[in-house]
Structure formats: structure tokens, C-alpha cells
Design a protein around this ligand. Structure first.
Ligand code: SF4
Length: 279
């Protein structure tokens, strides 16, 4: 064995908990990619925190051997934000799905992009609410008629997460595919290494409620070439076919950190409260 071979393997980042995802669910590939990325970075398990909201994909932290928090619907980013601010020594990764992240969590997504706190957000996008048995989500096609709640389709255009991230100021924007764990691991590795908010949309088929998505493996193709030119990235997205993967945009900018997050400031704030309480 080479003296420079990594001492940790992807399996070292997995837990003994057996995933309850449907056999063939794309989320398995994302779990594999994430653990590959952590192994590639050789980051200590106790220095990683995975934060999720609610949904099939939000179960992911339980299947890893790092610290994790399975929170409430749409709130992965606020929780991850608080942790990343309080513990900048940690590698913070938020995970979830399209319903969790772009519906009830949509507001938090906007502000996480513009705030630029150092964390990575991996969204497993299958354009459906899988855990609640197959309703249309914010990324569902207007004419998808697979739900009895929207028999003729939701009737409105889906949101485009990459366009939103770019418009809101995110500095690292990428798209991967769950069926390409090595390519996705590379994107996650680069996202974690990016000093700021890194957003990765993962096309992750729901084989139970969107069985037609099993064909995606024939349509996915690499194609994004990373640029630091925001205008160029927007123009690239004008021709997006949904199946193009890769790093679209990468540009560094200052990481936001609240003034009160510094220990000295917290001490002075606490002292001010004590003075006021004594009066
Ligand atoms: Fe995966 Fe869909 Fe099954 Fe949920 S319902 S575990 S998203 S295949």
C-alpha cells in the first residue's frame, strides 16, 4: 500500500443503520457520494455535522457515522446556519429534498445563498414529495399528472433551483446525478472545500412515485464548465436542459459572520445584560 494512501474509507463514514429507502431510490447514490467525498477529504468524523429537515432524503444523516440532526420540515438551513456560525471549526453539510428545500424552506434557501456562510447544501431533487406518497413539489413539471391531487398536473412552471441560487448570490453552484456517485463525490468534495455557501442540486430519481425517472440515466450528461462570470452562468442556464451536470459557477466572496458570533462580543453583550439586570 502506498504511504500516501488515505487511511479512511467511505464506509468509515456510514452507520450501522440500514436505510429504509425504497430499493433503487436515488438517495442511495447520494449517500455513497457524500461518504466518498468525506473520505477523500479525510475529515475527522467528529468534525462533520449533517443537518436535515424532513422527507425521504432528510433521513440521510442517520445512515452516517458523523454528527447529525434530523430536524423539522424546511428548516435544515437555519439549523445548519446556527451551527456553522457557532462552530466554524466544523464541516457543516445540510441535506434534503426539493419539497423541503424549495417550498417551505424556500425563504431560507434565498437567504443562505446571499448570506454566504461556510457550509454545503446538497438537495436531492426528484420533483415529488416522496415521503407523503407522491404529491407535486416546487420542481414538478407543469403537466405531470401522476398525483390524484393534481390530475391534470400542477399547472405551473417548476422553479429552477440553479437560477434561484445564482440570482440570490450563491458563489458555488453545481448539479450532479445520484447515478454517478464518483462524479457527484467530486462535486461534493469541491463544495465542501469552497469557502462559503456551496449549493449542489442532485437529480435523484424517486423510483416509486416517479418511475419514469429511471430513464434519466440515459439522458444525464456532463456539460457545465465552471465560470466565475455571473452573466455567463445566467446565459448558460437559458439553454439548460435539466440533465446537464457539473460545476456551473464558482466565485469566492467574503463569508458572512455576525458580529455577535465572536466570543469577545458575546462576553461584552453578557456583561451589558448583567449591568442592566443589576440596575
Ligand atoms: Fe426514494 Fe421515492 Fe422511495 Fe422516497 S418514496 S425512498 S424518494 S424512491
Amino acid at each position: 500500500m502506498s504511504a500516501t494512501a488515505p487511511t479512511v474509507k467511505p464506509r468509515d463514514y456510514k452507520s450501522a443503520v440500514k436505510p429504509v429507502w425504497c430499493p433503487g431510490c436515488g438517495d442511495f447514490g447520494v449517500l455513497n457520494a457524500l461518504t466518498k467525498a468525506l473520505a477523500a477529504l479525510s475529515v475527522a468524523r467528529e468534525k462533520v455535522a449533517l443537518i436535515s429537515g424532513i422527507g425521504c432524503s432528510a433521513r440521510l444523516p442517520a445512515y452516517t457515522g458523523v454528527y447529525g440532526f434530523h430536524g423539522i420540515h424546511g428548516r435544515a438551513l437555519p439549523m445548519a446556519t446556527g451551527l456553522a456560525v457557532a462552530r466554524p471549526d466544523l464541516t457543516v453539510v445540510a441535506t434534503g429534498g426539493d419539497g423541503d428545500g424549495f417550498s417551505i424552506g424556500g425563504n431560507h434557501f434565498l437567504h443562505a445563498c446571499r448570506r454566504n456562510i461556510d457550509m454545503t447544501y446538497v438537495v436531492m431533487d426528484n420533483a415529488v414529495y416522496g415521503m407523503t406518497k407522491g404529491q407535486a413539489s416546487p420542481t414538478t413539471e407543469a403537466d405531470w399528472d401522476g398525483s390524484s391531487l393534481t390530475p391534470e398536473g400542477p399547472g405551473m412552471d417548476p422553479v429552477h433551483p440553479l437560477e434561484i441560487a445564482l440570482a440570490a448570490g450563491a458563489g458555488f453552484i453545481a448539479r450532479g446525478f445520484s447515478g454517478d456517485p464518483n462524479g457527484l463525490a467530486e462535486l461534493v468534495t469541491r463544495g465542501i472545500g469552497y469557502p462559503g455557501f456551496a449549493f449542489i442540486q442532485v437529480i435523484s430519481p424517486c423510483i416509486t412515485y416517479r418511475p419514469e425517472q429511471m430513464e434519466y440515466k440515459h439522458r444525464i450528461h456532463p456539460g457545465f464548465e465552471p465560470t466565475a462570470d455571473r452573466r455567463e452562468a445566467f446565459l448558460r442556464l437559458m439553454d439548460d436542459d435539466y440533465f446537464t451536470t457539473g460545476l456551473l459557477y464558482r466565485k469566492e466572496r467574503p463569508v458572512w459572520r455576525p458580529v455577535a458570533a465572536d466570543a469577545a462580543n458575546l462576553d461584552s453583550i453578557a456583561a451589558a445584560f448583567r449591568v442592566q439586570a443589576a440596575q
